[in-house]
Design a protein. Structure first.
Length: 432
């Protein structure tokens, strides 16, 4: 691995990101159970309460938890950003997001308005506590690398979509919907997928692929221009939707082209890496690139079908692209955190990162996940087979949770023993 440019002395306590990572697969399991218990025809409707609840069990419960956990770790390490009282911020954010997501899911499922309104408050506090703390820390960044700029951009999009989300959820709780409700819902979903998650993934890839996979570095144009070009496309899409709705497909094609180019670049760089040793995370990145290619163009041309296939598009991009990369990140980041924090405390006799994950079990989890995604797409046309793939998805997420718990248990066991070296004499310290 290439640790060049990392501010390892700024690393937050291991508990800060881990609490988000360990919670995420549990929400995915819950989403799978809700899919199993739901009616397939109902889920094909974008605005059904079941569909909204399940979507947010995945987008907030899994994807956002992984992304916020990753940002908690990466901002101090990649950008040298010191998040004030990071452990307390992480605890507060995690608490409100945990209960806010649960309140939202069950409030929507059982049409309980007070629970929905409580969810809008809790989720607002949970997200904004973390996002604002990170943006404040980023004000003092000295070396704004392309990865850092992408993270800032993604957090700005996150701030906006959270405010829109609070409004939308409050509308469901009060039963009062504005004339712009559908438009705001579209902005919320598109900017969440491409502006928050998509831009963040691109920024992280600039550093993660060369560091973890010894892949060729991204070209200067890609690192300096692509995030801004995508952001321009997303704002253009907004303007066209507001004033020239029939031309909004132009902006969608613009955004889709750059995500397709990114996906292709990732695939090629993984093939050109200097140490072509395949592991489960490489499989996830490659599958994500394929799903993004299919999903980006499906999203762009879906307007010509009156958004009839929006559920399929969501599965391709949200599940195939974003979910795949978040799962792959868990397999890399959790063992890395355990290894790094034990090493920083003077422990030398510890398992390697690769030894902390059961490779056969990880491959089984990956295959079940891919089968589930393909099955969900087929289920859009053959609804009666949906329960089969809900079960495979649940099994996949249970295995994922098990696989990331094992490294944490290794950490808990080793930390109780005496370190091989006394590291207190060195200047590199892990924040406590």
């Amino acid at each position: 691995m290439d640790f060049d440019g990392l501010s390892v002395d700024q690393a937050p306590p291991i508990s800060a990101p881990l609490r988000f990572f360990l919670t995420a697969p549990l929400f995915a399991v819950l989403a799978g159970i809700l899919i199993l218990l739901s009616d397939a025809q109902t889920l094909s409707g974008r605005y059904s309460m079941d569909a909204i609840a399940i979507t947010h069990a995945i987008t907030i419960g899994f994807l956002s938890f992984v992304m916020l956990g990753a940002l908690t770790q990466m901002l101090p390490v990649l950008a040298g950003v010191k998040i004030a009282k990071v452990d307390m911020v992480a605890k507060i954010s995690h608490f409100f997001l945990l209960f806010g997501t649960l309140f939202m899911i069950f409030g929507l499922e059982y049409d309980f308005s007070k629970l929905i309104l409580s969810a809008s408050l809790f989720l607002g506090i949970g997200f904004l506590t973390m996002i604002v703390s990170m943006l404040i820390g980023l004000r003092n960044v000295v070396n704004a690398t392309p990865s850092v700029k992408a993270m800032i951009t993604s957090l700005v999009f996150a701030f906006i979509i959270v405010l829109i989300g609070i409004h939308l959820l409050s509308s469901h709780g009060s039963g009062k919907f504005s004339e712009l409700h559908v438009l705001l819902a579209n902005i919320h979903s598109v900017w969440a997928i491409f502006g928050f998650a998509g831009v963040l993934i691109i920024g992280v890839a600039f550093h993660i692929l060369p560091m973890f996979y010894v892949a060729p570095r991204f070209k200067k144009f890609c690192k300096q221009k692509v995030v801004w070009l995508i952001s321009f496309g997303l704002f253009l899409w907004l303007i066209l939707n507001l004033f020239f709705d029939s031309y909004s497909v132009v902006a969608k094609v613009w955004v889709a082209l750059f995500f397709w180019a990114f996906a292709t670049t990732v695939y090629l760089k993984l093939n050109a890496r200097r140490r072509p040793i395949s592991d489960i995370t490489v499989w996830y990145w490659r599958s994500a690139a394929i799903f993004m290619t299919l999903g980006a163009f499906a999203w762009a041309i879906n307007d010509f079908y009156d958004e009839k296939y929006i559920v399929v598009v969501s599965i391709l991009i949200g599940g195939g692209f974003i979910f795949s990369i978040m799962s792959g990140m868990l397999y890399k980041i959790v063992p890395f955190l355990v290894w790094f924090h034990l090493n920083a405390k003077g422990y030398m006799s510890i398992p390697t990162m690769n030894d902390m994950i059961d490779k056969k079990l990880a491959k089984t989890q990956f295959l079940l996940f891919i089968i589930s995604l393909v099955g969900f797409i087929i289920s859009f046309f053959l609804p009666y087979i949906l329960p089969i793939f809900a079960i495979t998805f649940i099994a996949s997420m249970i295995i994922l949770e098990y696989n990331i718990v094992i490294p944490v248990l290794i950490y808990a066991k080793i930390i109780k023993t005496k370190p091989d070296f006394d590291m207190s004499m060195f200047t590199m310290k892990v924040e406590k």
